[in-house]
Write a protein that binds this ligand. Structure first.
Ligand SMILES: [Zn+2]
Length: 129
């Protein structure tokens, strides 16, 4: 599977719809969908690829990536790819390696760019609830 950034954005955006609805475990705030989550949380820290962080680019079992955001109550929530199909996690890790090496950006910088695009899409394109 040969991915480009646009395809990765589509895959991740679709995937990140799946954990919703979810509630903040600290304050109980209800997030009905990705759009509401994006609108009502503030991105915090860097996005991480656990595999890239460990230099484990060639793993057969990637752990995946995570992006963090703060709920209005201050609790930090994460979106992760831990439940993603393994073949897709492998393809994304290979893409991340190629893109990071090819652009001289760190894996976290590449992932943060994806996060910014996904958040922008989710704010604008999802149907109103
Ligand atoms: Zn909360």
């Amino acid at each position: 599977m040969d991915l480009n950034e646009d395809a990765v954005v589509v895959i991740l955006q679709r995937y990140f719809e799946s954990p919703f609805p979810r509630d903040c475990p600290t304050c109980g705030r209800h997030y009905a969908n990705l759009r509401q989550y994006v609108r009502e949380t503030a991105p915090v820290g860097y996005s991480v690829s656990y595999d890239a962080n460990r230099g484990d680019w060639d793993t057969a079992n990637p752990i995946g990536s995570a992006a963090f955001a703060n709920c209005a109550c201050g609790n930090t929530l994460a979106l992760t790819t831990k439940e993603m199909e393994m073949s897709q996690r492998l393809a994304l890790l290979a893409w991340l390696k190629r893109t990071s090496e090819g652009s001289g950006r760190t894996p976290s910088e590449v992932l943060d760019q994806l996060r910014a695009r996904i958040r922008a899409n989710a704010r604008g394109d999802a149907p109103a609830d």
